[in-house]
Design a protein around this ligand. Structure first.
Ligand SMILES: [Zn+2]
Length: 472
């Protein structure tokens, strides 16, 4: 199980803060003497403590070994220039023409993309400027394959992205890219696995590639033309092997954070939005016994908490599933225990084509031994992907502490792309029923803010709206 969860949703290690660029020290891994270049002196220092504890223990596993040597050699040469003088560029691209090479041949694959990168300021010593990818999230409604439709496809940038280069003289732009790719079909091959029957993530394929093209300075940003060329490196389904997306004179405006007074640079960002589709069990709005009695309370809490991350939740009107059997969800203590949850999540937007997070409200969860699972019990499938779905229960409104109202906010954190649990923020797990859960704290950390802002369904607002995030 653990192996599956580690494939998913990636690491929450976010290297880049928003606003003016701040890269972590890992940007020059291997420069042990901090002289701006990884060279023989660093190699000597590493080898001098081979097999022992030492400064050369780059991966922090307690011993200087071959992995550390590899990391040092991978960064051989001058360190990237510091980025204190960089600027953030952010753009939204719609209706990009793409094509996908699949198991049934080449097919059209239209994409939309949210892109953000930090362009370092001109260096006295070089004509070339470094481009540090911060975000590149691409969505496509899907393509057909021998195994049937893929369902919604999403690509999300791996956090450990390498910098690209832009030559302002020639316009040449090259950005190496590493992605996690997910679609609904992958979930049929490797079903999403909630950890401890609590929070579920999904497997993703590793893809690599590059953007190759040109960019020209428009005065308030870059205009970009070229092609995204991507191919699968670690396939799961084998049904989708290559994707090419054409970019034709698309703008990436420079973000000038000048208008928010008293906002620390690292907290300045553009506001995001995420669509949430509530799903109640019942015949419709007039059904007196429909689920969703906790909706307003959960919703208010989620709004308050995720506003701190500059994410605005766009709540859709509820839709209904008229299958009363789902009101009580049984968590079977056998197999993976979530058969009924999987069945329920397939009732709306089965293939993940809708660009909303579906949130299903059931009355309660029970275990096969009869114990009630109360409120505080929630499950997320497909965290961070375009197929993300959440299931929460109403029960504990009556059964538990009425203040324990943060479960949906917590699950939405997972659904938007934060795969971590922490001790003192909204992402603290509140414990397992049948005991009533404690309250999810209302705090949000800066890592959590960065993680949710990059979720596949968390999009830049258009037109842009500046925001000052407020980590606690
Ligand atoms: Zn959780």
């Amino acid at each position: 199980m653990r192996g599956t969860t580690e494939l998913v949703c990636g690491s929450a290690a976010i290297l880049v803060a928003f606003g003016l660029g701040v890269l972590d020290a890992g940007a020059c891994t291997g420069d042990l003497d901090n002289n701006g270049i990884v060279d023989g002196a660093d190699l000597g220092q590493l080898l001098s403590t081979w097999g022992q504890v030492g400064t050369g223990d780059l991966d922090g596993n307690g011993i200087v070994d071959g992995a550390d040597l590899g990391a040092l050699l991978a960064n051989w040469g001058p360190c990237p220039p510091p980025l204190e003088q960089g600027h953030l560029y952010e753009g939204k691209w719609q209706d990009l023409a793409g094509q996908a090479t699949t198991s049934v041949g080449v097919q059209p694959a239209p994409f939309s993309a949210d892109i953000a990168f930090i362009l370092d300021d001109p260096q006295a010593t070089s004509d070339v400027r470094l481009v540090h990818p911060v975000q590149l999230t691409m969505l496509c409604p899907g393509v057909n394959t021998l195994e049937g439709p893929t369902g919604g496809i999403d690509f999300r940038l791996e956090p450990q992205a390498l910098p690209g280069t832009w030559n302002p003289e020639t316009g040449d732009l090259f950005i190496p890219l590493q992605f996690q790719r997910h679609d609904w079909q992958i979930d049929q091959f490797v079903p999403p696995m909630p950890t401890g029957l609590e929070d579920g993530f999904t497997a993703t394929e590793l893809w690599g590639g590059q953007f190759v093209g040109h960019a020209f300075d428009t005065g308030d940003g870059l205009s970009v033309t070229g092609q995204l060329q991507l191919s699968v490196e670690l396939p799961i389904t084998g049904q989708l092997v290559e994707v090419q997306v054409d970019v034709e004179a698309e703008d990436v405006p420079r973000k000038d954070f000048g208008t928010i007074p008293d906002c620390p640079e690292a907290q300045r960002c553009n506001k995001r939005k995420v669509c949430v589709q509530p799903v109640f069990i019942g015949t419709g709005a007039n059904d007196a016994t429909k689920t969703g009695t906790s909706y307003e309370v959960f919703k208010a809490k989620a709004d308050t908490i995720w506003a701190k991350a500059c994410v605005e939740i766009e709540w859709q009107d509820p839709v209904y599933v008229n299958k009363p059997g789902y009101k009580t969800i049984e968590k079977v203590e056998a197999a993976d225990g979530v058969t009924e949850l999987r069945s329920l999540k397939g009732e709306v937007d089965e293939k993940g084509e809708n660009e909303c997070i579906e949130v299903f409200f059931v009355s309660k969860f029970v275990k096969t031994n009869g114990d009630n699972h109360g409120r505080g019990d929630g499950t997320t499938f497909g965290g961070g992907t375009a197929s993300a779905k959440v299931i929460v229960s109403d029960a504990a409104i009556a059964d538990c502490d009425p203040d324990a109202d943060g479960v949906l906010a917590h699950e939405l954190g997972h659904a938007m792309g934060d795969c971590e649990h922490t001790d003192d923020t909204v992402m603290k797990p509140t414990g397992n029923p049948p005991n009533c859960p404690g309250q999810n704290p209302s705090k949000v950390s800066s890592d959590e803010i960065a993680a949710v802002q990059k979720g596949a369904l968390v999009k830049l607002k258009d037109p842009k709206e500046e925001c000052c995030s407020s980590p606690d």
